[in-house]
Unconditional design. Structure first.
Length: 105
């Protein structure tokens, strides 16, 4: 489960970084603010991916999903991408638990 969730958070960090130029050019957001918010969210995703050996990191990952969805108020397409990554986050946890719970036959 940890590997699957870590990959998902890493991919989300890449998408979050790619949303920074979109926020600046399309949504006309302040470059400093967009860079800071996007950078912090991306780094947080990478840090959480590395800390998934702790149970609390999964809660932090869930909070991160909500924050990424909230960036949709600046870049509306992030509502869609945030929901997609939120669903992938839930699916990663669900599938990971099923795989860990399966006993070899």
């Amino acid at each position: 489960m940890r590997r699957l969730c870590a990959v998902m958070l890493t991919l989300q960090a890449v998408v979050t970084l790619l949303a920074i130029p979109v926020a600046i050019s399309v949504a006309h957001a302040d470059a400093t603010t967009a860079g800071a918010v996007g950078g912090v969210l991306a780094v947080a995703g990478l840090l959480i991916a590395g800390l998934l050996r702790y149970r609390w990191a999964y809660i932090a990952g869930t909070v991160l999903q909500v924050l990424v969805i909230a960036t949709g108020f600046v870049v509306p397409v992030m509502f869609f991408l945030g929901v997609i990554f939120g669903a992938l986050w839930v699916a990663s946890i669900w599938v990971g638990r099923r795989v860990e719970g399966a006993h070899p036959r």
